[in-house]
Design a protein around this ligand. Structure first.
Ligand code: IFM
Length: 477
């Protein structure tokens, strides 16, 4: 019998980066070691009622001490890149002045071990852990924080620039600004829409100043980027009112960053939507020019789409969607927008699984910015994984989620998007912010009391894809 030829598997381009990502506060632990001081997340975790069961990142998954073991896991997983973040309060505890040698040495050792293992280090400079001292001085709503950020970034660039070639300024500034200062479900827990808009601007400015500062200290070969959690926004119905709701959320969810960073200006409709709150006079004459720096690639973080509709006057104002409660809105200027569950299977975060949103974002960006390479810097899912009697962790939903999203990335490549790599969130189960350790996003299971690591079935599947550049279906798919 002659069998029909097996259909060719989707193949990723040679050199495509296969990565996994983490962030300092979520994995490092060692919160009071070697001179590290409190960040806003240490303070937030100590505030009763803010984080599930009072969990904290004090120990997390002890990556600070176990990074060598974790790099061995990355090698087993066939990873070619690791995206980590630098803890600002570990390397410059007060947010001012010279760096702390021991803190910088940790990242030097981490980068050296990665390079020795053939894994490209990708460093994020800010993944939400602002030194508490800077928040006490006003935090991101104040311009000075943007200036301090660029100084800190230059210090890290000088220390690591000979080892680290790929850099991301900010991770998900939308969360820092709008969950941190708008809905208050993230640190520092403030609920002030104007402070949230000011924070968004100063995060943008901090990004621009940092790109300039890094270009001054890094070798010309360094590649600079920012990672945005872009919202794939869809209308509940095709009505004009629901399409206007999409426009509003796209403005305050996406274009508030894409506008100044990639086009050199805030969108006029965002300024109009928020005019009853602020005149934006905190934006100074040259700020938009300063923010608009050439980038070498753009990082896209994607988990689930956002479905919105227009709501009637007098209806409850827009709340945050999918980030864990809160009574204030993280969407200034969008009070009459309603959020709806997207269709599809759900993860343990109650986020709908819909890979078409990732395709939508990547192809949309490629259309508007055809010369800007893209990288998926986060994508993944939480499920309630527990080891079976034999100690293995079977997580078919996660493998299915990753497979479907990688297929969407492949379709985007075929449709012309210049996607250079993919980072699964996350390498390890870790501290999931306001949810504490209740949500597991890792490719690798962590038994927290024992700190033992067990690669889940999805990790073994991902390793096969990474090693072959071919999108093999997971077992049972
Ligand atoms: O854990 C977070 C990460 O820190 C930022 N992006 C989303 C992830 C899952 O919620």
């Amino acid at each position: 019998m002659v069998l029909p030829p097996a259909a060719a598997l989707p193949r990723f381009p040679a050199g495509f980066l296969w990565g996994a990502a983490t962030s300092a506060y979520q994995v490092e632990g060692a919160a009071a070691e070697d001179g590290r001081t409190a960040s806003i997340w240490d303070t937030f975790c100590r505030t009763p009622g803010k984080v599930f069961q009072g969990h904290t990142g004090e120990v997390a998954v002890d990556h600070y001490h176990r990074f060598r073991e974790d790099i061995r896991l990355m090698v087993d997983l066939g990873l070619t890149a690791y995206r980590f973040s630098v803890s600002w309060p570990r390397v410059q505890p007060t947010g001012h002045g010279p760096g702390v040698q021991k803190g910088l040495d940790f990242y030097r050792r981490l980068a050296d071990e990665l390079l020795a293992a053939g894994i490209t280090p990708v460093a994020t400079l800010y993944h939400w852990d602002l030194p508490q001292e800077l928040e006490s001085a006003g935090g991101w709503p104040e311009r000075a924080t943007a200036e301090r950020f660029a100084e800190y970034a230059a210090l890290v660039g000088e220390a690591l620039g000979d080892r680290v070639g790929q850099w991301t300024t900010l991770n998900e500034p939308w969360c820092s600004a709008f969950l941190g200062y708008g809905s208050g479900v993230h640190a520092p827990g403030r609920t002030d829409p104007v402070a949230a808009l000011r924070a968004a601007h100063h995060l943008n400015l901090g990004h621009g100043l940092t790109v300039t500062a890094l270009r001054g200290v890094l070798p010309a070969t360094a590649r600079l980027s920012v990672s945005l959690n872009l919202h794939a926004v869809r209308p509940l119905t095709p009505s004009a009112a629901d399409r206007d709701a999409v426009r509003r959320i796209d403005a305050v969810g996406n274009r508030v960053f894409l506008g100044p960073m990639l086009e050199g200006a805030y969108p006029g409709d965002l300024l109009a939507d928020t005019a009853h709150l602020t005149d934006w006079s905190f934006v100074r004459a040259d700020d938009e020019k300063e923010i608009h720096q050439p980038l070498d690639w753009l990082g896209v973080n994607y988990y689930t789409p956002t479905v919105v509709s227009a709501t009637a006057e007098g209806a409850a104002p827009a709340r945050e969607d999918g980030h864990g409660g809160g009574t204030a809105s993280p969407w200034p200027g969008a009070d009459r927008v309603g959020f709806h569950p997207a269709p599809g299977a759900r993860t343990a975060m109650d986020w709908a699984v819909d890979p078409s949103g990732l395709h939508q974002l990547l192809t949309g960006l490629a259309r508007c910015h055809p010369d800007l390479p893209l990288m998926v810097t986060e994508n993944g899912a939480a499920y309630e994984d527990e080891p079976g009697a034999d100690g293995t962790v079977d997580d078919p939903e996660r493998a299915g989620y990753l497979h479907a999203h990688l297929a969407a990335v492949h379709r985007a490549l075929t449709d012309g998007a210049d996607v250079r790599g993919y980072f699964a969130w996350s390498l390890l189960d870790n501290f999931e912010w306001a949810y504490g350790y209740a949500k597991r996003f890792g490719l690798v299971h962590v038994d927290y009391p024992a700190q033992t690591r067990t690669p889940k079935a999805s990790a073994h599947w991902y390793a096969r894809v990474a090693r072959t550049d071919e999108l093999h279906p997971p077992a049972g798919a």
